[in-house]
Design a protein around this ligand. Structure first.
Ligand SMILES: Cc1cc2nc3c(=O)[nH]c(=O)nc-3n(C[C@H](O)[C@H](O)[C@H](O)COP(=O)(O)OP(=O)(O)OC[C@H]3O[C@@H](n4cnc5c(N)ncnc54)[C@H](O)[C@@H]3O)c2cc1C
Length: 495
């Protein structure tokens, strides 16, 4: 059977492309190497508790806001049970000098921080005006039908930290407004203003948790594909392509099955794609570029199961830094681990007063895991388990300083490292958010959906931007290479 489109990888990027194209009448086949769909979008259960992996909180879901409109189009708004985070502090930024809230709503954000930094009215006003203008200027962030212009934006060639420094005078406040940069592995000397602005503005508009885990998103998107006649192949690893006449002809899977299609979309880390196109000898310059590009740092995650009614449900994310500078990724030091962390309670329909579970995330470089790089999940040996245990103890020590007694509330603790992410999602060196975007070389660090092979496209967090909103926009952009993008945007607007 010949498909119209084969999509490799069922993370959010692959799932959304399959949804759009199946809805548009294309015969799609979604290929996933794992037994479960969703990639980083998955939630999982332990001891009756739910843990999210890569959707801890999301943004702009109020009526009329951008992700709300996209989610309506995908049939998600009616299916998700959403919990709005604390209006007056959806993120708390904890520094040695104090704890500072980031509030929902532009005016509220400004007023809340002004109480702590009374001299910064002009700085905060200018900061908010600029980040909103940047969002308004990027077409798919406001569903305008103008060509997508991320590379044309001057904010792609401006540093986020430099911009913040230029509008805000107080050093502490500068660090506070950048204080959730752990969620984009912010780099003081590399992160473009564009990325900081799109992320922060969207979260300031409104910030939410998905109650009872993100799996309902995967299930909805899976059902949509199937009800539109699409095919989903789980446990099917994409291994290589065959070609003819300068285009791809079939995808060959790990079991030797050949899947023929007119178009192919890779929703994996681009380095995965290199191994698949290796033998085609058509990707020399692309391969060189991908190999040269840096990835974002990986994450160590600690998953906590709380004893019944022992730890309060915190309706905010708690970002802690050991020093006043919140830009940690650029000078990450394993000797000082953990330099930062974010603690996030799981939204759970049965737990409003007390938390049943929480996740704590902090950076971890792949270098610390070299010893086990040739092992696979579940078979890394006793010393790896010991390493993780020691890391959990250290992270607990740090968390205890802000939440005295938290250890005694925990009945079980699980953990994962960048190796887990590498093996599970196929991302290079377990990078959390894929390729690092660098304002010093914007053209090189942004990968566009189009490739040199006319019927091969890319999508997911490595093109455009990571995160739920970023990957959603990537999917629209990628599908716009196959369908009429203006028509698609109109449908999304009218959903
Ligand atoms: C720890 C962590 C926390 C996060 N928290 C948030 C958050 O709170 N909010 C937010 O907005 N974003 C968050 N993110 C980011 C967000 O989860 C990701 O940007 C997004 O889910 C990435 O989707 P993707 O489709 O690009 O890639 P992935 O989810 O990595 O999907 C890639 C898929 O491709 C499959 N695959 C790979 N190779 C092959 C192959 N050869 N054959 C077949 N299949 C293959 C993989 O198995 C996987 O299913 C977080 C990320 C991390 C790591």
């Amino acid at each position: 059977m010949k498909y119209d489109v084969v999509i490799i990888g069922s993370g959010l990027g692959g799932l959304l492309c399959a949804n759009i194209l199946a809805k548009e009448g294309y015969n799609v086949c979604l290929v996933e190497k794992n037994s479960r769909l969703g990639g980083s979008l998955q939630s999982f259960g332990r001891k009756g508790c739910i843990f999210n992996t890569g959707l801890n909180y999301t943004e702009s879901l109020d009526n009329g806001q951008i992700l709300n409109q996209y989610f309506r189009y995908f049939g998600l708004m009616d299916r998700l049970k959403l919990k709005r985070l604390d209006e007056n502090g959806f993120d708390i930024i904890s520094l040695p000098s104090g704890k500072y809230p980031l509030a929902i709503g532009h005016e509220n954000f400004r007023e809340t921080l002004l109480r702590r930094f009374p001299g910064e009215n002009d700085g905060l006003t200018s900061y908010l005006k600029n980040i909103r203008n940047i969002c308004d200027s990027i077409s798919l962030y406001n569903l305008s039908e103008k060509p997508f212009n991320i590379l044309m934006s001057s904010s792609m060639a401006t540093g986020a930290a430099d911009f913040i420094r230029s509008v805000i005078s107080n050093e502490t406040l500068r660090n506070v407004v950048a204080g959730n940069n752990l969620m984009y592995a912010g780099h003081e000397k590399k992160t473009p203003l564009l990325f900081h602005a799109l992320i922060n503005n969207s979260f300031i508009e409104s910030a939410w948790r998905v109650t009872d885990g993100s799996n309902v998103m995967i299930k909805t998107l899976e059902e949509n594909i199937e009800s539109s006649g699409g095919t989903i192949l789980k446990n099917t690893k994409a291994v290589r392509f065959t070609s003819g006449g300068g285009t791809l002809r079939t995808l060959v899977t790990g079991t030797g099955q050949e899947i023929e299609a007119r178009w192919f979309i890779s929703a994996t880390h681009p380095e995965q794609l290199l191994s698949m196109t290796d033998q085609l000898r058509v990707s020399g310059a692309f391969a060189f570029r991908i190999k040269k590009l840096e990835d974002t740092i990986g994450m160590f995650s600690m998953y906590l199961v709380f004893k019944k009614d022992s730890f309060p449900y915190l309706n905010y994310n708690f970002y802690h830094y050991d020093r006043e500078n919140t830009w940690v990724a650029g000078d990450y030091d394993p000797g000082k681990w953990p330099q930062n962390y974010v603690l996030m309670c799981t939204a759970d329909s049965g737990a409003d007063t007390y938390s049943r579970s929480a996740s704590v995330l902090t950076y971890m470089s792949f270098g610390e895991l070299k010893k086990w790089e040739n092992t696979v999940t579940g078979c890394r040996g006793e010393d790896y388990e010991e390493f993780k245990k020691e890391k959990c103890e250290k992270l607990f020590d740090s968390v205890e300083r802000q939440f005295p007694g938290i250890r005694s509330c925990v009945s079980t603790c699980y953990s994962s490292t960048p190796l887990t992410w590498r093996d599970y999602t196929g991302t290079r060196a377990g990078s959390a958010f894929g390729l690092l975007k660098d304002y010093n070389s914007p053209m090189e660090s942004i990968i566009l959906p189009k490739t040199k092979i006319p019927n091969l496209f890319l999508t997911g967090q490595n093109t455009n931007m990571h995160g739920i909103l970023g990957v959603t926009i990537s999917a629209v952009l990628t599908c716009g290479e196959i369908v009429d993008i203006r028509n698609l945007i109109r449908k999304i607007k009218n959903a």
